[in-house]
Write a protein that binds this ligand. Structure first.
Ligand code: FAD
Length: 655
């Protein structure tokens, strides 16, 4: 196939908009909104400009978009040390304890702010009776800040009326941006529906950030952002692996389909050190609808059993101990998956969650009215987060209050804020942790002036929505501090015209070749983004441990996979785009490719099975603490396409 060039003969030249700012926030989710809120407090009095760029509409963007029923990180009466222990247990013993500790000591403040901003939080009254968020307000039960007692669904979680959670958080972020905009006299500092493609580095120091470039998904415009400091907070990665959903169900995944690994890819391309990219999250959720199980297991005390009616966590305990020893006792999320998977592979499925029995048990301790109310909340949990689950039940004539529902471990996702810890290696806070974990600014990556938060900040999972916001706030403050200390101008060397050519190339390709065949989908000169995505997903699924191999891979499988991956990468340069939406799909694929490659390279390097139930190295099935109780980190060389993967020491800071 001939190499593709873009001289804008078939695709109109986009308008090029150059925007100068000091602090650039890439993403508009929980972390970026937290960063906007905090950056405004410190930047505005100094006359520093803050800009946020989100590929979607910030009110409903990111993983919290549809609404959640619980805030999963609120320490309240718990100690920060215990929070670190809980995160370490769940993530199989390897986390950056300095980062987790640092988050634990501030996260509650973000939850208090959410409540100040209007988020209804479930409370208990003096007699211990529970009220949902709206009722609690009516009953004038004090706020958390003033000593109100939350309704906990688990030790770390609290219940909320969360259908407008993101809108509430976004409003505060947008008000902060608006304040900064007025005070610094700029015309615009919130760019929605602009997809950021890559970071731009300083021409004199290629280890320093100088800006970013992206395009509008609505207007034919290229955006170039010049900045002194930038935050990467564009979420995790979905659809890198073949999803379980096919045909009419395709598009349904547990992780929001719009987070395409941009954070990981842009960081790696810029030369930032990555960490724990071998980690992934495989949530076991309601089959096909991916409905949430948290409230059902934790609040309603539902039980899950195998096809023989056995508790698979009990029957598989001894077998699991053979390879995973003490890690069976901490029973992290991946270990629960592992035991479920053992049964499914042994033909002891289907695994079912007994929503029917859970509600039945509640009727023994509650009045009919209270049960009705709680039941309504239980079902609303699905409508908030996973409307499609209601569709699945309706389509299958199921009444979940009368019959159990099937559970299924999903395809893998890459993320760093839920029960996973893939991401970017960042500096710690400085006052806690060893020297080697600190290089000047909290959450700064190894690229100067580039920060990470939320799903992007690695080795520190279990932040969830509140923790991602709190981490965003930490970066907001640290970024302003960096800006104050580094006032010299930064300049990138890229020519805007060349950037436009590169980014709009898929549209030129489509324009040039689409008449070559009668069906624009079938064309020897290009590949459509949807097709390329399926090729990547199939390859990741079959060689890097997706659902079709029950998450199993090995050295030989990975090596085979790398060959295929190389070909997918080559073909990616022939992707076409009929319109701006497809251009978005094309660039999302570039990001998924790099995120997927990082994942595979890290799994290849770590010769053990650290996360059974998330993935298995068939050639190294046990956990090997002697050799692998360490971080696996990497850097990517954009020019050569080579990965350098290496170990970094893990330090236990909390006993
Ligand atoms: C299904 C699901 C259920 C969850 N349930 C809970 C729960 O019950 N309780 C809880 O506390 N937490 C929950 N979480 C976790 C919580 O949602 C995340 O921890 C949090 O949203 C992560 O914040 P973030 O800012 O890193 O990413 P996000 O909030 O996902 O934000 C990412 C942002 O980046 C933008 N973006 C992406 N790519 C680009 C690009 N290339 N250019 C520009 N912008 C881009 C997106 O539009 C979005 O605004 C859940 C997560 C998921 C996926």
């Amino acid at each position: 196939m001939e190499p593709k060039v873009n001289n804008f003969e078939f695709c109109p030249k986009p308008e090029i908009v150059v925007h100068e700012t000091d602090v650039l926030l890439i993403g508009g989710g929980m972390a970026a909104c937290g960063a906007a809120y905090e950056a405004d407090r410190w930047a505005t009095p100094q006359g520093l400009r803050v800009t946020m760029v989100d590929k979607a509409a910030t009110d409903r963007s990111g993983a919290v978009a549809m609404g959640l029923s619980a805030i999963n990180t609120y320490l309240g009466e718990n100690s920060v040390d215990d929070y670190v222990r809980y995160v370490r247990n769940d993530l199989m013993g390897i986390i950056r304890e300095d980062l987790v500790y640092d988050l634990g000591r501030v996260v509650d403040d973000s939850v208090h702010l959410f409540e100040d901003w209007g988020l209804p939080i479930w409370k208990k009254d003096a007699e211990g009776k529970s009220f949902d968020g709206a009722q609690a307000k009516k009953e004038e039960i004090p706020s958390l800040r003033d000593g109100g007692i939350p309704v906990r669904s688990g030790r770390w979680q609290l219940m909320i009326n969360g259908e407008s959670y993101k809108v509430v958080v976004a409003e505060a972020g947008k008000l902060a941006l608006e304040n900064n905009r007025k005070e610094t006299g700029v015309d615009q500092n919130l760019f929605e529906r602009v997809f950021v493609v890559k970071l731009l580095l300083d021409k004199d120091d290629p280890k320093k950030v100088a800006g970013a470039v992206g395009f509008s998904v609505r207007e034919h415009k290229l955006y170039i952002f010049k900045c002194k400091v930038a935050l990467l907070a564009a979420g995790g990665a979905v659809n890198v692996f073949k999803p379980r959903s096919t045909a009419e169900g395709q598009g349904r995944a547990w992780f929001p389909v719009w987070n395409a690994g941009s954070t990981f890819a842009m960081a790696a391309e810029a030369g930032a050190e990555m960490t724990m990219m071998e980690n992934r999250f495989v949530p076991s959720r309601f089959k096909d609808g991916y409905g949430p199980v948290g409230a059902w297991f934790l609040l309603f005390k539902a039980k899950a059993t195998n096809g023989l009616g056995e508790d698979y966590q009990v029957t598989n305990e001894e077998e699991s101990r053979k390879f995973y020893g003490k890690y069976v006792d901490s029973m992290g999320t991946c270990m629960r998956n592992h035991m479920m998977i053992l049964d499914m592979k042994a033909g002891k499925g289907p695994i079912k969650i007994h929503t029917d029995k859970a509600l039945g048990a509640l009727s023994e301790t509650m009045s009919k009215k209270e049960i009705k109310h709680l039941e309504a909340e239980a079902w609303e949990d699905f409508l908030d987060m996973t409307i499609s689950q209601a569709g699945v039940w309706a389509a299958n004539n199921m009444e979940p209050e009368n019959v159990p529902s099937e559970l299924m471990p999903s395809e893998p996702y890459l993320l760093g804020s839920h029960a996973g810890c893939a991401g970017i290696w960042t500096s710690g806070p400085g006052d806690f942790g060893p020297e080697e974990y600190y290089w000047g600014y909290n959450r700064m990556t190894t690229v100067k002036g580039l920060f990470a938060a939320g799903d992007g900040c690695g080795a520190s999972g279990h932040k969830f929505s509140s923790g991602s916001h709190a981490e965003g706030r930490l970066t907001g403050k640290a970024m302003v501090s960096y800006c104050m200390d580094n006032q010299e101008t930064v300049e990138f060397s890229e020519d805007p015209e060349e950037l436009a050519k590169e980014i709009f190339m898929p549209m030129e390709t489509y324009g040039k070749y689409s008449d070559y065949s009668t069906d624009p989908d079938i064309n020897p000169n290009y590949i459509r983004p949807a097709m390329l995505q399926q090729r990547l997903q199939k390859m990741m699924d079959e060689y890097v441990g997706g659902v079709s191999t029950w998450y199993m891979t090995s050295k030989a499988m990975l090596e085979e996979g790398f060959n295929y991956l190389q070909m997918v990468k080559e073909d990616a340069s022939h992707m076409c785009a009929e319109n701006l939406h497809e251009l978005l799909r094309a660039w999302e694929n570039f990001h998924r490719l790099l995120a997927g490659e990082a994942h595979a390279r890290h799994i290849y390097f770590r010769e053990e099975t650290r996360y059974p139930g998330y993935y298995y190295r068939g050639d190294f099935l046990p956990i090997d603490d002697e050799n692998w109780k360490c971080f696996v980190n990497s850097t990517y060389d954009k020019q050569s396409g080579e990965w350098n993967v290496f170990k970094r020491d893990y330090h236990q800071l909390i006993s």
